[in-house]
Write a protein that binds this ligand. Structure first.
Ligand SMILES: [Zn+2]
Length: 66
């Protein structure tokens, strides 16, 4: 991770928060898995960087296990 400030890739807002999945979540990771924008409500994968649709989750390390 670099220490550059994270921004929403959709609206450019810096008003974001890191989302951590709960321990009983299938893709639980000990740390944040998603970045959520508090302004436009978009979610982005922490590793993939892609926008997540409603209900879509970021797999651990951005890769789906076989
Ligand atoms: Zn945004």
């Amino acid at each position: 991770m670099n220490d550059e400030k994270q921004k929403c890739q959709k609206c450019g807002s810096e008003n974001i928060m890191m989302v951590e999945y709960t321990h009983d979540h299938p893709e639980h990771y000990d740390g944040a898995s998603e970045i959520e924008c508090r302004d436009c409500g978009a979610h982005f994968g922490r590793w993939s960087g892609k926008e997540l649709a409603e209900g879509e989750v970021e797999p651990r390390y951005g890769t789906v296990r076989a």
